[in-house]
Design a protein around this ligand. Structure first.
Ligand SMILES: [Zn+2]
Length: 454
């Protein structure tokens, strides 16, 4: 810890000039107010350290809520899966029954056709016989047969024979008609069975599609819950992490306060120098015009302005406003706001390939470390026009962080590479902008859209 402070002091001393340069346009009275604000913010941070535990508890509660909801949805999905597979079995059974019944119906159809053909053939034979009776005198021939009897007993025999022939023909036809009726009845029964099977199949298929759409809904819900879980985890820093972050932020802010004090002293010294110089010039050149002394004063402030320009312009693609875009490429894949019941405290910018990440504005690095949730992450404290801002750059590529806690960074300075580390699904930059210091509740998070070019 001592070593760290010593290092920070050294860094502070080295970077005074640039800080002085970039805040040189601020008047001393205004800076004094800003100093008070900074002190106030520092004590706010100290208070907020006490909130860390309750915030973590909240997140834990939220996570266990999500987990129990996931369990109940999982149970529902299991139930639906069981229903779907039993419905599938029933559908297969019904389909098999339907095809068997159809085969039977076809078989009967064939039999009916055969019987019908036989009946037709026999009818044809009988008709032929009837025609031959007519042609040859029909019943007369029967009579001839009977009349030709040798004796009465022969006559009886002949009558019997004729009757037998006629009866036999008729009984065969009757039997065949009965067979046909039976077959037709069976076929009708089978057809009605087929109808009811098809109705059952329809019902089962309706049930099946209903179950499937229900399952689809549950799957969607489950996916949302998983996303939500990831997101809560992605935003949930460990207790140690939050405490360290608040301490680091305090250090960075102390550095900012120190720099501000030194800048004020420097400004006062310069102002006194300028005043003395002006007085000397006025005394020496009592006869000359007053314009030369005012020129001296003007040149002091304008040269400071130039220094500021050269410090904060390391790259040509840097925006001219207070902030520049933090990602070298990408599209806004998720905005700030409520998402699946949780608050998304930043924006996501997604892109593929090697995408540089830049400091969005001049500032002091609060923290630069690998987080379980945020992955490779950098926190930066900024002081712009008397207002403190904090920016967060999460999920960067492993081994890509280029700055460390306490470093002074300038707007557009490359600090890393876009990645997919920590609780992240797909390469993207999770970027947060806080008006004021970062706090565990993220209550200072504001929408960067319209403030930071994205
Ligand atoms: Zn995000």
């Amino acid at each position: 810890m001592k070593k760290k402070v010593a290092k920070l002091t050294l860094v502070s001393a080295l970077s005074i000039s640039s800080i002085v340069a970039y805040t040189a346009t601020t008047s001393p009275a205004y800076a004094q107010t800003s100093l008070n604000e900074l002190n106030e913010e520092k004590s706010n941070i100290e208070n907020k350290q006490n909130d860390v535990k309750s915030k973590l508890n909240d997140s834990s509660n939220k996570l266990s809520d999500i987990h129990s909801e996931q369990e109940s949805v999982e149970t529902e999905i299991q139930r639906l899966n069981t229903s779907i597979s039993s419905t599938q079995v029933k559908i297969t059974e019904k389909k098999e029954q339907i095809s068997t019944t159809k085969e039977e119906v076809e078989k009967l159809e064939k039999q009916i056709k055969e019987v019908t053909a036989r009946i037709e053939k026999r009818n044809e034979l009988l008709k032929e016989r009837a025609r031959s009776y007519q042609q040859t005198g029909g019943m007369v021939n029967y009579l001839d047969v009977l009349m030709g009897s040798q004796s009465f007993s022969d006559f009886i025999d002949r009558v019997g024979a004729v009757a037998t022939i006629v009866e036999a023909d008729q009984s065969i036809i009757k039997e065949q008609e009965a067979d046909k009726k039976l077959l037709e009845q069976s076929q009708a029964d089978l057809k009605s069975k087929l109808n009811s099977l098809e109705t059952m199949l329809d019902d089962l298929e309706t049930l099946n599609s209903k179950l499937n759409s229900e399952k689809k809904e549950k799957d969607t819900l489950m996916a949302q819950l998983n996303e939500e879980e990831n997101h809560v985890q992605a935003e949930m820093l460990s207790l140690e992490e939050e405490e360290q972050l608040l301490k680091d932020q305090e250090v960075a802010m102390e550095k900012a306060i120190q720099l501000e004090k030194e800048r004020q002293a420097e400004l006062a010294r310069k102002a006194a120098e300028a005043k003395a110089a002006a007085e000397r010039t006025a005394a020496q050149k009592a006869s000359s015009s007053k314009s030369s002394s005012s020129k001296t004063a003007t040149s002091t402030s304008s040269s400071s302005g130039n220094t500021s320009q050269s410090v904060s312009k390391p790259s040509t693609s840097v925006s001219s406003g207070n902030f520049t875009r933090p990602a070298g490429a990408g599209y806004l894949s998720s905005g700030l706001g409520q998402r699946w019941g949780t608050f998304h405290a930043g924006v996501d910018i997604a892109a593929t390939g090697t995408v540089p990440i830049y400091a969005a504005a001049d500032g002091v690095v609060i923290s630069s470390y690998p987080s379980d949730s945020y992955g490779q992450v950098i926190f930066i404290s900024h002081y712009i026009d008397g207002q403190e801002y904090t920016t967060v750059y999460a999920h960067m590529r492993k081994g890509s962080r280029l700055v460390n806690a306490g470093d002074t960074v300038s707007k557009g300075q490359r600090i890393g590479t876009m990645g997919n580390t920590g609780d992240s699904t797909g390469q993207h930059l999770h970027f947060e902008l806080h008006k004021g210091p970062w706090n565990p509740a993220k209550s200072n998070a504001i929408n960067p859209i319209g403030i930071v070019p994205l």
